[in-house]
Design a protein around this ligand. Sequence first.
Ligand code: ADP
Ligand code: MG
Length: 726
Amino acid sequence: MDNTRFTLVRDAYRKQAVAVDAPVEAPSKYFGELIFGRGEMRRYLDPSTFRALEKCIDSGEPLDLGIAGKVADGMKQWALEHGVTHVSHWFQPLTDSTAEKHNSLLEYDGKGGVIESFSGSELVQQEPDASSFPSGGLRATFEARGYTAWDPASPVFIQDDTLCIPTVFISYTGEALDYKTPLIKSIKAVEDAAVPICRLFDPAVVRVFCYLGWEQEYFLVDEDLYSARPDLMLTGRTLMGHQSSKSQQLDDHYFGAIPSRVTAFMKDLEREALRLGIPVKTRHNEVAPNQFELAPIYGEANLSNDQNQLIMNLMHKIARIHGFAVLFHEKPFAGINGSGKHCNWSLGTDTGVQLMAPGRNPDGNLQFLVFFVNVLMAVQRYNSLLKASVASATNAHRLGANEAPPAIISAFLGKTMTDVLRRIKDTPSGTPVEIAGRKGARLGAYGIPEIFIDNTDRNRTSPFAFTGNRFEFRAVGSSANCAGAITALNAAVAGQLKDFMACVDAAMAAGKARDEAVMDCLKPIIAEVIDTVCFDGNGYTEEWKKEAERRGLDTETCVPRMFLGFTSPEAVRLFGRTGVFTAKELEARNEVNWNRYVKKVQIEARVMSRMVTNHIIPAVLEYKRRLLEGLSLEKNVFGPSLHDASAEEIVRTIVSELAVLRSDTAALDEAVEQAELIENDFEKAVAYHGIAELIEETRKPVDRLEEITDNAIWPLPKYREILLIS
Ligand code: ADP
Ligand code: MG
């Protein structure tokens, strides 16, 4: 009998929490000690260099090379004091992770010795060999160069012995090859569109900031059990596995006590995150067993997104120290909740006004309504684009897979805001709108009093929900770079705000006062969105899919087709006028999207096929052999008089399930072979979408066989074993 699986499980169960021997110190003592933040800048740079750098950071203007040299000198001194020996540009190519290329600081000093050297040009720009990063044909092979350039808005940080410089990654002809570049452009676009609207209400507004607060969900599994599952190791999810008798039906994991091994991991992680200036705030168990969540205090979107990328790297590293593997896959286990990365998004002014929160006075509320309603319209107009921005091979298992959120992007408003919008819609033009506020007061010409949002009014099934002072984009996958979704959202909102401002300008030019002009432009939009993109019901139901289709929302469920949302005429126009992407960049990105989709599904198909051949079939045949041996012995001893129908029955079931499994696997292999012949990227990806379905089909006989096969023979750790941390 093969006992290795039991030994693995027993040992995993016995593992103790790794002791964290961090000094007991208040986090404020070490927060940000590994970043070259404003405090360090002030200390290590001369005052004029500091001011010049600060100006670049605040205005987003590029750094002058003369100043860069002085900044690099200060940084080098700080880095050497922290034991740094290497330097690397750190960037976010169109893959699943960040990229680094480390260079030693070592240089000959020209006098026969060596020194540590770090110049301004090394800080500002590098040329990694870009040919092996996805570019979607933007770089012809003879032009394999791309360059990385420092983004001073994101502080330089130390990882191990390396000074890491957050950078954008661009082709020599200027096209973005990464996530950061378009995100920065989209933040600028939404600011440019929002500032003129804010100035209608307060001329003192100069800047509008975009904020992001992500909530990272993840699974932890014991690394020994993880490494006994080729599917988990190679694809990030289990391709097979029968449901455990006890999974999440008891709901006893959600917000329950965190296992001590996990607590130790979290403490270590949080400490390292805080040292890197990542303001981690909440930690808790999630709905599924072994599922957890981590969320920081929200911040400026570009920086907050860098921090998410950084912390994902950190989580992998620290999990290893604690004997865990961390899973960011959106659906590592069938039949159990998947993981998302809710992106809490809002805009705010440099005068301290939160534009997605009701104001304190009639003016503030009107301004809030303008932003609120235009965001809804943006989500409606660019519905397919927003869905494309969260689509991926892995998120496909979560979106629409009978679990929050469905593959339809609608917006949840909550009762208060739905009432507010309905009242505005139903009030005839020119008459003041009355909405019951705290005092029921009628304020201003349009009578919009204080609005009190009931924060407990939540809907977990909505992919895009208003939560009192922000919108929560919940359809984003746990493994995604948030920049993908936030870039699309910013561009959509920027485009919509521009159109709105043009409407208000025209109305005011025609002699209308501000409030009247604003309301006249707002009312038709409200009438359009309230019964289209706005949906407060249960998103899981079949009726909603039909209803959404009737409303004209995008109901596409095939991921490769969803990507077409990036290159639709409306999307190309939107990205062009907001300066976020050129048509060429969009096409290149879709090439990358389709290729990535193909590769992911292809790997899954191969792993599935090999696991069936090398793990499942041998184990089941062995079990069958034993049953037959028993039956034959029985016959020898007792003759046909004693007949064990149950063993015979199992053998028959095995034979028939194996036949199904063999034909499913053959169909899968055949489909891959055929798909590989397709040259067109889109068509190939669509073919692989079919293959993704075949993988799920192949899984079924495997799971049935797991159910009937002798537990001692089963070669893979089972769900009940992987989903257990003591
Ligand atoms: P919940 O689970 O109720 O959504 P959490 O506390 O887990 O709440 O996460 C809320 C996230 O939203 C946090 O990251 C928080 O910093 C962020 N957040 C709060 N207010 C804003 C805002 N105005 N803009 C952007 N993010 C915000
Ligand atoms: Mg949330």
